[in-house]
Design a protein around this ligand. Structure first.
Ligand code: CP
Length: 322
């Protein structure tokens, strides 16, 4: 997970206290998380989760941006492992009275919080907190930087359906420039020997992205050809400073995923979307609900992956105390 001061990223070691991003994580660190998450999928389905594993532990969800999937699944994950989970409502907190991020974090830290799950509009905010608090910090999405648990749940979904991750060709389509989901997925998939294409208009998919080890395409017809997986992204208008795209209708005409475009991919290619979806903007409603879509399964995998991450970080914390 996070690089320790010694420079190593040791999974169960004391330096491995936080999950701040996927960048720099070796596949040998990623695979065990997916394996453990896989076991949590089975436990969740049979409703037999180890409810005393995190008994006495406190998790605070500190979300400075909106969320449905991530916040709820971290809450469920913590509760299914027996932790005390607190959702802090930033809208009703002293942040509105001018308290700084660091003072808020120090306050929560003083309450002997074990795990702090943080979403923030500023890239790097969770990393800053991680330097200041005793709690383990999990990045639940920071600005345009990273959303590590989303990439892990996406990888688990792909592995369950296609039996492997290595060697696949994956197209990530849409607003890549503003997407922390895209960035975490690019780091994970390229580290696991996937061929990754990013596809979208030049305003949202700049050529400079090639420096991340991906192929850049500006036409869906080029980018989707023979891919194993199509990941669609939402237009993140909240992060756009100007008119980077024409109308939603025009965007769908050139960059929306419809049946005709999906037929360019391999037969049975997976259709993914991290959510929230804008139907009729980046994805045709029928495709989102089709047999090729694994969008709902991604949500299910999100709970299992977050259980695995909470479990592993708690083990790491235990070993650093001993
Ligand atoms: N995928 C994702 O992060 O969704 P939420 O914004 O609903 O958490």
């Amino acid at each position: 997970m996070a690089e320790g001061q010694s420079g190593g990223s040791r999974f169960f070691g004391p330096s491995d206290r936080h999950l701040l991003g996927i960048q720099g994580m070796h596949p040998s660190r990623i695979e065990p998380i997916l394996d453990l998450a896989e076991s949590y999928v089975l436990m969740n389905r049979s409703r037999k989760t180890p409810r005393d594993l995190l008994r006495g532990r406190t998790i605070i969800n500190l979300f400075f941006e909106d969320s449905t999937r991530t916040r709820t699944s971290f809450e469920l994950a913590g509760k299914r492992l027996g932790a005390d989970v607190v959702n802090m409502s930033v809208a009703q907190s002293s942040v509105n009275k001018g308290e700084t991020l660091l003072d808020t974090a120090a306050t929560l830290n003083a309450m002997r919080t074990d795990l702090l799950v943080v979403r923030h509009a500023q890239s790097g905010a969770p990393a800053l907190l991680a330097q200041k608090v005793d709690a383990s910090v999990i990045n639940a999405g920071d600005g345009t930087h990273e959303h590590p648990t989303q990439a892990l749940l996406d990888a688990l979904t792909i592995r369950r359906h296609l039996g492997r991750i290595e060697g696949l060709t994956v197209a990530i389509c849409g607003d890549v420039a503003h997407s922390r989901v895209a960035r975490s997925n690019i780091h994970l998939l390229t580290s696991m020997a996937c061929r990754v294409r990013v596809v979208g208009p030049p305003t949202l998919v700049p050529r400079s992205l090639a420096s991340l080890g991906v192929e850049v395409h500006h036409r869906m017809e080029d980018g989707l050809r023979d891919v194993d997986v199509v990941m669609m992204l939402r237009l993140q208008r909240e992060r756009m400073s100007g008119g980077l795209v024409p109308s939603a209708r025009e965007y769908f005409r050139f960059y929306g995923l419809d049946r005709r475009r999906l037929e360019l991919a391999k037969p049975g290619a997976l259709v993914m979307h991290p959510g929230p979806m804008n139907r009729g903007v980046e994805i045709d409603s029928q495709i989102a609900d089709s047999d090729q879509s694994v969008i709902r399964e991604q949500v299910e995998m999100g709970v299992a992956v977050r259980m695995a991450v909470l479990d592993l970080l708690s083990r790491s914390k235990r070993s650093s105390r001993s």
